[in-house]
Design a protein around this ligand. Structure first.
Ligand code: ATP
Ligand code: MG
Length: 361
């Protein structure tokens, strides 16, 4: 751990979600579960990347706003605690856009475009050649989202690791160029050596990449293959039922590396039972896919049960208002942390022509 000093003395976490839909089981196993587990130990900043939602949905502002509120409801439902952590609404933090500009100068254009996640997102989301200039820009923006909060740890799904890498590169470059840190410094020593930014580490969740109910792509809120955190048991059963395995009969030996077994491992948290299922399935021992799907659906339902309860006080229009209120309160805390880093960055860049203070009503 580096000497990164924060107001609470605890190391920080920054991570977040784009409001392009509701949160799903992939988010839970990939990132949310770690957020909930680490929120006591770390000073946490959880970001709603609503500015980035415009990179693919500029024509749907009402949807983005709806999803922003829904995602905060999902967060609270899954146990992320607004009393312990700071919720950061990206569009209310001007420092993010500002730092994005400075960091953009330190990232070669070809490096940004080479990002494999960016390429597969273009493909998966069918963006073809018509994507906006802002779309690849989001990859630079993400570096600013992260670095502005000077976190040490970024809990993400596997697909996002490729976005953390340029962030680590740009943090090293900034520290070397503007803070005089020797390029041979070990990553964990950058702050000790006088750098502003710790070199953050991605923390991949228990399941790095949960497959969607299409059995093919990663579960994604944009791909119509997700089980959402607020789905009912009926919906979960129906979606699990549609998972394609290609197996025809109960006595046909099954492949225990198929997508159904990815779900078995992710949601039946009982090693003995998993072993039993694997043995019976691989032998074709009178066990149907349908049976296993129902069993997985029951486990998922049990996982989501307490989430449904925590969601109750935030239902409907009154619930929306509570969320907006909460976001307004948290914006102040978030800007305090963000502005502190931004000013230090501007000092390092010799553009500290006056300390501004942001007023928020
Ligand atoms: P979109 O389709 O709009 O890209 P998404 O479902 O990929 O949405 P994001 O908001 O891009 O969700 O991702 C939020 C976080 O959840 C990231 O850290 C991402 O890596 C993680 N995540 C998303 N989907 C999965 C998945 N299927 N398995 C594991 N982690 C995931
Ligand atoms: Mg995504």
């Amino acid at each position: 751990m580096s000497d990164n000093k924060t107001s609470t003395g605890r190391a920080r976490i920054l991570t977040g979600d784009t409001p392009t839909g509701q949160l799903h089981l992939g988010h839970w196993v990939g990132s949310l579960e770690n957020r909930v587990a680490l929120q006591d130990q770390y000073e946490c900043f959880f970001l709603i990347a609503n500015m980035h939602a415009f990179t693919t949905r500029a024509d749907k502002p009402a949807d983005i706003r709806r999803s922003t509120i829904d995602i905060v409801k999902d967060w609270i439902a899954c146990g992320m605690d607004p009393e312990k952590s700071t919720f950061v609404l990206q569009t209310e933090i001007p420092g993010i856009a500002e730092l994005s500009w400075y960091l953009a100068m330190l990232l070669p254009f070809n490096r940004v475009m080479r990002n494999p996640t960016l390429k597969s997102e273009l493909e998966d989301k069918g963006l073809g050649d018509n994507y906006s200039f802002g779309f690849p820009m989001y990859s630079v923006g993400q570096c600013a989202d992260i670095l502005l909060f000077r976190p040490e740890l970024v809990p993400v799904g596997e697909d996002q690791l490729a976005h953390i890498e340029p962030c680590r590169e740009v943090a090293r470059r900034f520290n070397q160029m503007y803070c005089g840190v020797n390029p041979h410094t070990e990553d964990e020593d950058y702050v000790k050596a006088g750098g502003l930014f710790p070199i953050p580490t991605g923390l991949v969740g228990r399941v790095a990449r949960l497959v969607g109910t299409d059995g093919k792509h990663k579960m994604s809120k944009s791909l119509n293959n997700a089980i959402f955190l607020n789905d009912t048991f009926k919906q979960i059963k129906k979606k699990m039922g549609g998972l394609y395995t290609g197996r025809m009969t109960m006595d046909e030996p099954g492949d225990i590396t198929n997508s159904l077994f990815e779900y078995v491992h992710a949601f039946i948290r009982d090693d003995d039972r998993i072993k039993e299922l694997e043995e019976a399935y691989s032998k074709g021992d009178n066990i149907g896919d349908g049976h296993i799907k129902v069993e997985v659906a029951e486990h998922i339902d049990k996982l989501l049960e307490p989430m449904r309860e925590r969601r109750v006080p935030y239902e409907g229009e009154a619930g929306d208002q509570k969320i907006l209120e909460l976001l307004r309160e948290h914006t102040k805390q978030a800007n305090n942390a963000a502005e502190e880093t931004l000013y230090l960055a501007k000092q390092a860049m010799k553009i500290d022509f006056g300390k501004r203070s942001l007023l928020f009503e």
